[in-house]
Design a protein around this ligand. Structure first.
Ligand SMILES: NC(=O)C1=CN([C@@H]2O[C@H](COP(=O)(O)OP(=O)(O)OC[C@H]3O[C@@H](n4cnc5c(N)ncnc54)[C@H](OP(=O)(O)O)[C@@H]3O)[C@@H](O)[C@H]2O)C=CC1
Ligand SMILES: O=C(O)[C@@H]1CCC=N1
Length: 268
């Protein structure tokens, strides 16, 4: 069972490293990238064979597309002649629909759409997958198994993928943004940057574990931190006055709308 990864940037490498760590034979993996220096780096790091896009599609049972949404049309045009019915194509691109991919490939090629995220790099990814129209249970299981090597996988109807992209696809960036702001606040209050960073990062990891391990509602966990008339209440009051919650809603709606626009090929 040969898997080809087309486009090995940030997400493609997260998948490649997850597959290698999960015990996939490197001899059953192929990768492509358009920069020769990047290709050489991947061979050196993983011992994986780098080939052209057309060769990868000819030789693979499963083809994983991990180029930017804007590069997807030209990549599909380049490989369409090499694709054959019965093959599975898995796309990790934001906004690109299964019907867009199906329309550019021969009839009978199965397509699965995935929205992963970068914690996949440390095997803590969250991905949602959706079936295209020529896809059966075996194809979905195959895609799930691939992606599970980088973390959790959930099945969702394709119409939910733009919202998923706004939440878990882009989500790590919102978290890092809050982390940056908290570290800066610590520095403003006179803490050494290294101290502020350690405090914030461990607070984040601990809070995430508390959420996941207890399964308690975030409101309950927040209330447990908020002593009447105390420090947390003072901070949360300011966040409410600043309409931070409403801003989060508007921001994620903007991300969802951008995902929808990418599907219609709207330029940057
Ligand atoms: N980064 C993220 O957090 C997430 C990304 N995604 C999706 O993953 C996809 C990839 O994103 P990301 O990894 O961040 O992007 P990158 O730019 O890091 O990776 C894309 C890679 O594909 C290469 N490439 C482009 N065109 C071709 C081609 N025709 N043939 C072979 N290789 C090609 C690029 O080369 P070059 O460097 O020369 O351009 C680059 O190395 C996107 O569609 C994105 O929507 C999904 C969820 C999260
Ligand atoms: O910003 C983006 O378009 C990609 C998709 C989700 C996360 N990064």
């Amino acid at each position: 069972m040969t898997v080809a990864i087309l486009g090995v940037g940030v997400m493609g490498e997260a998948l490649l490293s997850g597959l290698v760590q999960a015990g996939r034979q490197v001899s059953e993996l192929l990768v492509t990238d358009r920069r020769p220096d990047r290709a050489a780096e991947l061979t050196e790091r993983y011992g994986v064979e780098v080939v052209t896009n057309a060769t990868a599609v000819k030789r693979a049972d499963t083809v994983v597309l991990v180029v930017k949404p804007q590069d997807m049309g030209s990549l599909l045009d380049e490989v369409a002649d090499a694709a054959r019915p019965g093959q599975l194509f898995v796309s990790l691109a934001a906004g690109i629909t299964t019907s867009f991919i199906e329309s550019r490939l021969p009839d009978g090629v199965a397509v699965v759409r995935v929205m992963p995220n970068t914690p996949a790099l440390v095997d803590e990814g969250m991905a949602a997958i959706s079936a295209g129209s020529h896809c059966d249970e075996a194809h979905l299981r195959e895609a799930e198994e691939l992606i599970r090597s980088t973390g959790k996988v959930l099945r969702v109807p394709e119409k939910q993928q733009d919202a998923v992209t706004a939440i878990s696809g882009s989500g790590p960036a919102y978290v890092f943004y809050v982390v940056e702001a908290m570290i800066e606040a610590g520095v403003h209050m006179g803490l050494p940057r290294s101290t502020a960073t350690e405090l914030v990062v461990q607070t984040l990891v601990g809070s995430a574990k508390l959420l996941r391990d207890t399964g308690e509602h975030p409101t309950v966990l927040r209330e447990r931190v908020t002593s009447p008339g105390g420090t947390t209440a003072a901070a949360l009051r300011l966040l409410e006055e600043g309409r931070v919650r409403a801003d989060f809603l508007a921001a994620m709606e903007a991300a969802r709308d951008r995902s929808r626009a990418l599907s219609s090929g709207e330029p940057v």
